[in-house]
Write a protein that binds this ligand. Structure first.
Ligand SMILES: [Zn+2]
Length: 161
């Protein structure tokens, strides 16, 4: 048993003592305390992070599986386009052809006439917009569109009178 000096009261006490018998200060034995302390902190962190990691990985795998399923399901839905989406896409394609797209006034989407044959949608409606002379004129249009395998709607034909 060796004697050490108490850091607080500087009196000599046993190095085995946990508390100084003179001043009551808890004795810190660095080499003896810090290593178990570090192990006690680091080990749970390593274990927890390992579990968190494996958990998020499996969650990620699950997400990939899910998205694969949904895309393959969408593909099986045979490239269909809803009436609203068809009418809206047609408006966008028509807008690009106009001299003054910002002046374009379309009727509501449900007023568009939509014919479907196979996967081709023919959308007929009209648009009011300014012509080259700044006068508002009404143009009838017919737009043919279809959905590509990648999901995008593509323009097949456009006629604006
Ligand atoms: Zn002391």
């Amino acid at each position: 048993m060796a004697l050490i000096k108490c850091l607080e009261c500087k009196k000599e006490i046993s190095d085995k003592a946990k508390i100084c018998p003179n001043c009551g200060m808890a004795l810190k034995k660095k080499s003896n305390i810090i290593l178990p302390l570090l192990l006690g902190i680091i080990t749970p962190i390593l274990i927890i992070s390992f579990f968190l990691q494996s958990e998020s990985e499996s969650e990620f795998d699950y997400r990939i599986d899910k998205s694969d399923n949904s895309t393959s399901k969408e593909r099986k839905k045979s490239n269909s386009i809803s009436k609203t989406e068809a009418a809206y896409s047609a408006q966008k394609f028509v807008e690009k052809q106009l001299k003054a797209p910002s002046t374009a006034k379309f009727p509501s989407l449900n007023k568009a006439n939509i014919k479907k044959s196979n996967d081709v949608y023919e959308v007929s409606s009209y648009v009011d917009s300014q012509n080259g002379f700044g006068a508002m004129i009404r143009s009838n249009y017919t737009v043919k569109i279809s959905r590509k395998d990648n999901g995008n709607i593509t323009l097949l034909d456009i006629k604006i009178d």
